[in-house]
Write a protein that binds this ligand. Sequence first.
Ligand SMILES: Cc1cc2nc3c(=O)[nH]c(=O)nc-3n(C[C@H](O)[C@H](O)[C@H](O)COP(=O)(O)OP(=O)(O)OC[C@H]3O[C@@H](n4cnc5c(N)ncnc54)[C@H](O)[C@@H]3O)c2cc1C
Length: 283
Amino acid sequence: MVAPGSLQAAVSLLAEQPGVWLPIAGGTDVMVQYAAGKLPARKLVSLWNLPELRRIELTEKEIAIGAGCTYTDLRQHETLEREFPLLTTAARWTGGIANQNRGTLGGNIANASPAADSLPALLVYEAELILISARGARHIPYAGFHTGYKKTRLQPDELVQAIRLPRRFGDYVSYSRKVGARNAQAISKVCIAALGRIRQGIVDDARIAVGSVAPVPLRLSNTERLLRGQRIDDELVRRITNTAIEEIQPINDIRSTAVYRSVVFKNLVTEFLVQLAAGENQA
Ligand SMILES: Cc1cc2nc3c(=O)[nH]c(=O)nc-3n(C[C@H](O)[C@H](O)[C@H](O)COP(=O)(O)OP(=O)(O)OC[C@H]3O[C@@H](n4cnc5c(N)ncnc54)[C@H](O)[C@@H]3O)c2cc1C
């Protein structure tokens, strides 16, 4: 393993031999794969604590989170906690304290697990990714970054440099839940992050994203479309949950069954709608 000490040196290394070097940040996913004998024989390039990846920068319109920020960094950031509670709550749910001190947001994104806890929050907050390579930087919407199970649009010579979030969700109702075998140290059976805003009794905007119910973290676009412009009542809840269930593709695996995931998912969407109608936050 090498630790080049600067972002520029790290991307130069990737450019010289694309696909040969495997970036490692906190190592909380890479080391698990290594211990399980599932790590393809590759050279490791450490991104841990690179100052260029560890910043959180604020402008009037957005917040830019360095990909190397840990879950502890996120939890301790006042503006994130106030304006992006779905992300800081997901950080609190990600493993135990030791894991939160090492695990990074960039690692969660690049590892691309459909069960990853912070990814639904990034979808509803309309995150943009800054990807960096020796060829330069490119900005892409986070939506669409995951192209299939554990597949992403990241090129072999690229790193995730930062995640940008627009600061325009401060007045939304936030709702998130993680359903697992226990509260911490468990991979989600279903996780959800949702935002909504009601004006004069009518849903003015709604955003719902879920993990662990499809090959990629999923935004429920059809459900959101149906919800906008409506007044929430029992009939709407019934229609919305029926549409939502058509958008997911849950599977049976070692953590849960497709049927259980579907039932829990329906209950979570219902709970979000009830809380949105009441104007209550649960993030
Ligand atoms: C005990 C334990 C509990 C956990 N609990 C949870 C949980 O509750 N919820 C959850 O979502 N996850 C959980 N995880 C998984 C893991 O902690 C997270 O996915 C974490 O965010 C990974 O970040 P990392 O920096 O450790 O990534 P690493 O292990 O360093 O890297 C993971 C992958 O991302 C790539 N990578 C890392 N940084 C970059 C970058 N900047 N650019 C490009 N590629 C990059 C690496 O090459 C590798 O493929 C848990 C892990 C453990 C060991």
